[in-house]
Ligand binder design. Structure first.
Ligand SMILES: [Zn+2]
Length: 395
């Protein structure tokens, strides 16, 4: 029966959110699967369809979602040739994890743990010890990395088990706390250009009978934020990174597997009041809120003590048809951050968590002028943000 025209659509239920495939097909499952195949003790092959290799290389392209590769065969002919629809391609999508954002995803990759365990639950989050907002990407204000993320990385454990392990990335990342908590172990090799990174990654891969090499490129994400994923600048980056991936694939030493993946996809959000809801100008959304964290499409909202249920009610009422709006306990019970949550991480999750379903964002023009001006955004659980490639090349 058709709905009467006057009836409001129902709010999105927490249960209807397409939760990441933690434990079988998420970024956190990748390195554990690879090192399990190399015989490193204490890991299991969570993604069973990956065939073990003696030498494993992961090339992580920041911001390049699965849907974007599929949509751009002309700009990314090499990556496209690895998709399952093409002859011989074995690529598949895996899920990034929630929120689909760089700090969270890199920690999931490097620790092999979901966000509920590694404890980087977004672009920014509240530090329950201080009550302050902490930016996880820039690590501001400074917080003890070891206390924030105490688990050893997969790199560290693989290195200790005799696997030659290296990260090849921008020189500036060598000393950052995010690298320390997420991507340390073995040797770090700073290389400025993308080409040098590919060449060095291939060399390091050949340096051991068993090796694990991680390499990274950031500018697809950078251009997407600034100009959008429907821009020439973004398409130019895609063409460039397609060439990088081919360059690395062509240099693989024997007995190697190369996996090309990403930390999240991206979506362009129109610049109008309906699509960009400005928290700083919205008295209804601000009522009872002590702190806003996360990013436009994945918000942590911390209430003034005692106002938690009022904030949840209002956010659900105002945004519930366009966002999945959950209380902290609902989001945790729904498995948004993984199957379990560590005690130290609990208070970092918002009293209310809002994840965008439609092409919308909650911006904050005063608190976050830079982020609010970005064209391309990411963070939520929609396929365009959440699905990342797992493309495979073997030698
Ligand atoms: Zn980004």
């Amino acid at each position: 029966m058709a709905q009467p025209a006057w009836q409001e659509p129902d709010p999105l239920t927490v249960e209807s959110a397409p939760v990441p495939e933690y434990g079988s097909g998420s970024l956190a499952d990748l390195l554990p699967t690879l090192v399990a195949g190399q015989g490193v003790p204490g890991f299991t092959a969570a993604i069973p369809e990956l065939t073990p290799a003696d030498r494993n290389c992961v090339f992580l392209i920041d911001g390049l979602g699965w849907e974007q590769i599929k949509a751009h065969p002309d700009e990314a002919p090499f990556l496209h040739s690895l998709l399952p629809t093409s002859r011989g391609g074995t690529g598949r999508p895996i899920t990034a994890g929630f929120p689909a954002t760089t700090a969270t995803s890199l920690a999931s990759v490097g620790t092999g743990l979901p966000p509920g365990a590694h404890g980087l639950p977004g672009y920014s989050a509240r530090n329950p010890e201080t009550g302050e907002l902490m930016n996880q990407l820039r690590w501001k204000p400074w917080t003890s990395p070891k206390a924030w993320q105490p688990y050893p990385t997969v790199f560290t454990r693989a290195d200790a088990a005799g696997v030659r392990t290296a990260q090849v990335s921008a020189p500036a990342f060598e000393v950052t706390p995010l690298t320390k908590v997420a991507l340390s172990g073995g040797s770090f090799l700073g290389r400025l250009s993308g080409e040098e990174r590919m060449d060095t990654a291939a060399e390091r891969l050949a340096a051991g009978d068993r090796s694990l090499v991680y390499t990274y490129y950031s500018e697809v994400d950078g251009k997407g934020h600034r100009f959008g994923v429907d821009s020439d600048a973004w398409r130019g980056q895609l063409m460039y990174v397609d060439g990088l991936a081919r360059r690395l694939a062509e240099q693989l030493p024997p007995r190697s597997a190369l996996y090309i993946t990403a930390d999240h996809g991206m979506i362009d959000i129109p610049f109008d009041e309906q699509s960009r809801i400005d928290f700083d100008e919205d008295w209804e959304l601000r009522a009872g809120v002590a702190l806003l964290a996360g990013e436009g499409r994945a918000r942590h909202v911390y209430a003034v003590p005692g106002a938690e249920s009022d904030v949840l009610t209002v956010w659900r009422e105002v945004l519930g048809e366009q966002f999945w709006v959950a209380s902290r306990d609902e989001a945790i019970a729904g498995g948004w951050f993984g199957p379990t949550i560590d005690e130290r991480v609990y208070g970092r999750i918002g009293d209310v968590v809002a994840a965008a379903h439609d092409d919308v964002a909650i911006t904050a023009s005063v608190q976050e002028p830079h982020e609010s001006a970005m064209v391309g955004l990411h963070g939520s659980m929609t396929p365009v943000e959440q699905l990342v490639p797992l493309l495979e090349v073997r030698s």
